[in-house]
Design a protein around this ligand. Sequence first.
Ligand code: NAG
Ligand code: NAG
Length: 140
Amino acid sequence: MWMLPLWLWILFPGCVAVTGPRMVTGPEGGSVSVTCSYNWGYEMNGKFWCRKRSSVRCSDGFIIRTSGSEAKVQKGRFSIQDNHSLRVFTATMKNLTETDAGTYHCGVVINSWSDPRHAVEVIVSPAPRTATSTSCSWSA
Ligand SMILES: *[C@@H]1O[C@H](CO)[C@@H](O)[C@H](O)[C@H]1NC(C)=O
Ligand SMILES: *[C@@H]1O[C@H](CO)[C@@H](O)[C@H](O)[C@H]1NC(C)=O
């Protein structure tokens, strides 16, 4: 369990925190939604969902973000929407493929070097097989 040192709270009172699930699973070809929450006072900040690449930061990888409004932002198979009254934002990925599996970050835009974020592992489960393929009708 990571604890914020007291001096950090003194230097940066009301430091923003982003929380969410550590892991989500979606079926191949289906969709997955991740809801992350943030604390009071950051409603008007931009919210982002990005794919973590090799580095710690993910601004170099895929990124989708809001401008701080509650308007839904759509980018291809991906979308993100903020909800100010609940202080949550939801990122949705549709038409999942195996290559979508990996580590993503949901976060709040404060400034480029210290955007608070939360890491989420996205798992893509194999597409469910049809009933006919599970019945044993082998053609030898
Ligand atoms: C998702 O897949 C369906 C069926 O293959 C396709 O019609 C649809 O356009 C795709 N949606 C996106 C956002 O790629
Ligand atoms: C935020 O969530 C509340 C409660 O579910 C809902 O009534 C409201 O419409 C949501 N706002 C947006 C912008 O989705």
